[in-house]
Design a protein around this ligand. Structure first.
Ligand code: ADP
Ligand code: F6P
Length: 319
């Protein structure tokens, strides 16, 4: 393989730039040409493509977001649109493609594979929702951002005998909510795996209020689970806490990546280029037990065993 491409797709994630930097440097040091494709699959279809050089890898390691830009292109599920992308790759002489993104972006990579393009996926999303890998790039930074925000909320909440409901991102996956509930010391966790039942939430709060005499309570919920303002009102009306609710929103997607995300991005960017150098495709880069592993993308996406289910048990001991 002489020429490879790289793109970022779906929601941006801190640490994507570390992966881009590692891919550029690994490719150039192995005499491979590497082309940046801008704004994800949209840029691929439109031909927004440029060669990358050492200078493009400089001053990006510490930056959040993605210097290649990202987008969502729902039409990419359409075979005709996929063929437009394949034609662009052929026109530019790009034989292999690195796709950094979430599980949706991986579906796009699988489609390109079916069209004969060798692709390798790097898991880049704050949601940690990709099967086959224990961690995705961006999850650590988002979790850090949530912890910093909740620490501040706890200060004011304690002073006013309040219960804060904090809504975190995660798309359809409850990982960010679960990990932040444990690391921020939440009294109640609501996510897709646990579900939402207001009576259960109020009963759990009552334990902390009357029996443990707490001045502060924290509910962490995954997004799209409930009307958080309505629950805050009910908490004020039905418990001795006053209820307040906040959705942390896109703040969770920004910021300088943590060392963990920089390391993960760096290792995975290098590994992805090596996969293409060996002429392989239909792969993705995973982290399992702190080791970087190359897996068949279909097999990885079908493997749900990489999620740590013991964390639910841990949470139940901690509340
Ligand atoms: P993420 O990659 O973060 O999960 P999305 O689910 O929004 O984000 O997917 C990103 C992009 O990947 C979509 O906008 C679309 O262009 C592409 N994509 C998603 N699902 C498919 C699919 N089934 N087939 C082809 N492309 C897809
Ligand atoms: O996939 C990352 C993510 O931030 C999800 O957690 C969230 O549901 C979604 O993207 C938000 O998307 P948008 O940037 O389109 O608002």
């Amino acid at each position: 393989m002489q020429r490879i491409g790289i793109l970022t797709s779906g929601g941006d994630a801190p640490g994507m730039n570390a992966a881009i930097r590692a891919a550029i440097r690994t490719a150039l040091k192995n005499d491979l040409e590497i082309y940046g494709i801008y704004d994800g699959y949209k840029g691929l279809v439109d031909g927004a493509i440029n060669p990358l050089d050492y200078k493009d890898a400089s001053e990006i390691l510490t930056r959040g977001g993605t210097v290649l830009g990202s987008s969502r292109l729902p039409e990419f599920k359409d075979e005709v649109v996929q063929e437009l992308a394949v034609n662009q790759l052929k026109r530019w002489g790009i034989e292999g493609l690195i796709v950094i993104g979430g599980d949706g972006s991986y579906r796009g990579a699988q489609a390109l594979n079916r069209h004969g393009i060798k692709t390798v996926g790097i898991p880049g999303t704050i949601d940690n929702d990709i099967n086959g890998t224990e961690k995705t790039i961006g999850f650590s930074t988002a979790l850090n951002t949530i912890c910093e925000a909740v620490n501040k909320l706890r200060d004011t909440s304690y002073s006013h005998h309040r219960c804060f409901i904090v809504e975190v991102m995660g798309n359809h996956c409850g990982e960010l909510a679960l990990w932040s509930a444990i690391t921020c010391g939440a009294e109640v966790l609501i996510n897709q795996e646990i579900g939402y039942d207001e009576e259960r939430v109020l009963a759990q709060l009552a334990i902390h209020d009357s029996f443990r005499n707490k001045r502060h309570a924290l509910i962490i919920t995954a997004e799209n689970m409930l009307d958080i303002q309505a629950l805050a009102k009910d908490i004020s009306a039905k418990t001795s806490f006053s209820g307040r609710a906040i959705s942390l929103g896109h703040i969770q997607r920004g910021g300088s990546p943590t060392p963990e995300d920089r390391m993960l991005g760096s290792k995975m960017g290098k590994a992805a280029v090596e996969v293409l150098m060996h002429g392989e495709g239909a792969k993705c880069i995973c982290q399992i037990k702190d080791q970087i592993v190359v897996r068949d993308i279909d097999e990885a996406l079908a493997d749900t065993s990489t999620k740590d289910e013991d964390l639910y048990d841990l949470f139940n001991y901690l509340v």
